[in-house]
Every structure is written in structure tokens, then in C-alpha cells.
Design a protein around this ligand. Sequence first.
Ligand SMILES: Cc1cc2nc3c(=O)[nH]c(=O)nc-3n(C[C@H](O)[C@H](O)[C@H](O)COP(=O)(O)OP(=O)(O)OC[C@H]3O[C@@H](n4cnc5c(N)ncnc54)[C@H](O)[C@@H]3O)c2cc1C
Length: 528
Amino acid sequence: MKRWNGWGDVDTDYPLPPSALDYLTNRLGHLDPQPDTAKETVLATIPESRLPAHPLVDTSAEVRLTHARGQSTRDWVDLRHGRVGIFPDGVAFPETDEDVRNLLKYAREAGASLIPYGGGTSVVGHITPCSSDAPVLTLSLEKMTHLLNLDETSRLATFQAGVAGPQLETQLKAHGYTLGHFPQSFEYSTLGGWIVTRSSGQQSYRYGKIEQLFAGGSMETPRGRLEMKPVPASAAGPDVREMVLGSEGRLGVITQAQVRVRRVPEAEAFLGVFFPSWEQGSDAVRKIVQNEIPVSMLRLSNPLETETTLILSGKSWIGLADRGLRTIGYGDTRCLLVVGVTGSRRSFGRTRREVAALCRKFGGLFVGTVVGHAWEKNRFLAPYLRNTLWECGVAIDTLETALPWSQVREASLAIPQAIVEAMEKHNEQVLAFTHLSHVYRDGASVYTTFLFRRTADPDEFLAHWQDMKQNATRILQGFGGTISHQHGVGTDHVPYLPAEKGALGMDALRAVCKSFDPDGMMNPGKLF
Ligand SMILES: Cc1cc2nc3c(=O)[nH]c(=O)nc-3n(C[C@H](O)[C@H](O)[C@H](O)COP(=O)(O)OP(=O)(O)OC[C@H]3O[C@@H](n4cnc5c(N)ncnc54)[C@H](O)[C@@H]3O)c2cc1C
């Protein structure tokens, strides 16, 4: 069973070793865990549903609560402090495209707005209902999870769009294929959600962002059904598929999607490399990409992320390894790179040798597969740490951008610094660090994680969070970075979008939404 006010399955935990708690207390100050509001208390605040009865719509308080919020910081505050306030009036569970069509008609006739709901893993407020007089219908795709067709000649798989990561990979693996899309939210996030948020998986360097994997599909909209043919390329004017990518539920409900799949690789390993400094590490990563060495993943942590990751892992060999590394010159400024090597058995050895040779030129020290294996083992477990931290009195959030290589080095120092400075005004400390992942020939995504103390007053806590977010976003926009490389806009990034798209660009986006959804019933308040 899924947690109603946190991440993941209730039976899975990510405990913190006592040494990690000491480290956090030293870094952030005294921690003051706050009790959560009980579920029964929140359930008792849910008002009567304003929707008429429908056989596919569940209006029970329990279901309305568990679909009321996603995973953003604001969502967590609402749930944990019992201040949800706005709930969907009902949650629909269609099984077919025809059900979705009928539910769109039902919502229109009821004067309701409609929020498509995939896995509910949005971290920027995509599925949070906005305050309005209209009733809200949340439409969950959790019953639409089937592999409908596998065209092995074209390597195209057609899925119902509600399929979550593990369901999708299991169905493909039975035929020897993989999509290779592994966001950290893999356990719950869905194909439809990935497409409309322009998601990126951890091995996007090999498999591509979802934009490259999405070949076509069907979307039910208030104006009717949109079919997108899975052509490999087209010069027939602007591509409608591009309008659907990143549409965040504003145009309609994707019911089916065709994706480009590959054979399951013969060999895969994740290797650890330490660099003496961030400069050497980031130069090595850029060279690997620009020399087109076919790795599947590159994730370079800055010195503070390297230190924090090693300490929070609580592994007994860390102390010994630390002393060893320091003696040979990999001290406080060391950076850890995790490199994924994936492919045929023949290409695997060659790629591994090429990466090793290149990293050595930049002072890289190969430490084999131990660190990489630990990363791989925890890759989908790490989000559970957020529950543990929160319950210890520490909040964690992330922000991500992408910039050209010429800006990457400076921006990756300035963004965490902007977060630290925002908290200095509140006399609070924050642990802010960065990694590079999702690298491209022309640039990289800079991903910043920040940990800070929870305060007893949720408004004060949100004011701290807001200041960090605003300061960091102002800085990254100053470097010419995008406001989001992979998480999307939702509600949290709405204020920053016009600066990225420009007035004319915003008008064009609004016009596209209006042509699919003239009455503005689809996921209002998101994107703009
Ligand atoms: C712990 C954690 C780790 C994460 N790691 C990553 C990561 O590595 N990479 C990454 O890209 N993102 C990541 N995310 C963010 C999130 O998982 C992605 O944005 C994901 O694509 C959302 O998918 P979902 O199915 O959960 O969509 P939801 O959260 O349910 O919805 C997101 C948006 O998509 C719309 N939507 C959903 N399904 C459909 C549909 N079928 N048709 C039309 N609209 C639809 C919703 O209306 C909403 O606007 C992470 C989130 C968490 C909590």
C-alpha cells in the first residue's frame, strides 16, 4: 500500500545510521521533528463531493485524499500539516479509451475541471487542484497498463498510458526488450506522465529523453480524439507530437502511446571514478561526451554531494576508503563520478577501456564497481530517504536546469551558493550540493539538492523554501538556463515560465491549449 503523506510503499523504509544524523545536526543545527497530522483528522475535513454519481467515479473520502496531492514540497506540507483544504470531488478509474471519452463528456456536463493523474509523482504541483467554484474530477489511469502491441520489426511498443515503470519493463522484458527510461520515480511514475512532463531517465545518455522515445499515440481531448502517427521522422510542418510533449494535462488525456524500444542489453555495469577536483571531473565528463564514447550514464557529484552521499550511505568501509583516498591526494575537493557502461559484450570492454583511459588523463582514479553497484542497488530506494529525513526534522528538495557547457562550471557553483545565501537571511543553514547528469554534446543538466531544517510553523517553513527557490531560479535564469530540465512547470514554476518563453511564446502556448480545450477544463492553473 502507498503512503498517503509521503513517498512509496508503507512497508519500505530507508533508515539513517546515527552517524548520518550527527552529520546533519552539525551541518544544519538542532533538529526539531514535528508530529504529523493523523490521517483521520485530514479525512474528517473533506467536504461533500459536488459531482453527480457515475459508475466509474469514486467519491469516497479515502480515495479523494490519496489523489489530492503529488510530491512537491508544498504538497508535503499540506499533507503532513493537515492543511490540504482543496480535494478532488471524485476520482475516475477508466479502463478503456472509450471510458476516458465518456468521462470527459461527463466532466464537461457537470461543469467540472479534469486533472489527468498518472503515478502522482509530480514534484512541482502538477496534480494539485486549484481553488475554484467548479468541481474537480481527477482521472487516474491506474487501470490502463497493458502492452497492446509490439511491432518487433519496427521496434515499436504500444502501451496504455497509465503503465508505471516496473509494469512497462516487465511486459517488455518478457519479449527481450527494454524502453530504458528509468527516472528515479520509476516505481510509480507512468508513461503518460513522462510524456507530458518531458521526463528524463537516469540512462538518458544511451536511451534518450522521453522526447526521443515517444513515437506516437492517442489523446482524448475536449474537442475529440487526436491521433499521432508513429512515423520515424517527418517534414510535414510543425510536429503535433511536440505540442503534446510537455503539455502537462492541459490538452487532453493520453490514452495510448507508442514508444521506441531496444533489445535488453547483454552487459551492464556502473563504475566509480574519483577525481581530485570538480574542474577535472567536469572536464572529463565533457570530453567523454564530446569524444562520443558510448557510455549509458554519467553522474558527477560535486565535493559536498560526494561527501554527503558517502556519509548518508552509512557503509562501514567508508572510513577506511576515506583515509586511503586522502593519502593519495583525493581529499576534501574530490568528486565522485558514476559511469554506466551498457551494451553488447563486445562493445562493453572497449567502452570501459576508453572511459578509463580518458578519465586517467584528468586525474581520475577508477575504484571498480563497488560504489557504482551501491548506487545501482539504491537507485529507486533513495526517494524513501525523504520520509526518514522529514521525520527527523529535515526537508529535502531539488531543482534542475540545463545550460551550455560554457556556463556549466560557474552555474554549478552559483546555484547552491544562491540557496545558501537565501537561508542566511533567515539565520538558517542549508546543505546545498550539485551533480551533473543528463549530459549532451553542447551542455549538461545541473541538478541541485538542498537539505534544510523544518520549522514548527509551516508558513515560516514555506517562506524559507520559497526564498531558496526564487534566489536559485533567478541565478540560473541569469546564466541562460532553463527553469526545468525534467520536472516540468506545474504550479511551482509558473511565475518563471514567461521569462523563458517570451510574451509571444506564451501567447502561442495559450492558443494551442485553447484550440484543444476551448472551455479551459483541462488541469487549470498548470503551465500558466
Ligand atoms: C522521488 C522522485 C524522483 C523523481 N525523479 C525523476 C527523474 O529522475 N526524472 C524525471 O523526469 N522526473 C522525476 N521525478 C518527477 C516525476 O516523477 C515526473 O514528472 C513524472 O514524469 C511524472 O509522472 P506521473 O505518472 O507520476 O505523473 P503525475 O505526477 O501523475 O502527473 C504529472 C502531470 O502529467 C499529467 N498526466 C499524467 N498522466 C497523463 C496522461 N496519461 N495524459 C495526460 N496528462 C497526464 C498530469 O495531469 C500532470 O500534469 C521524480 C519525482 C519524485 C517524487
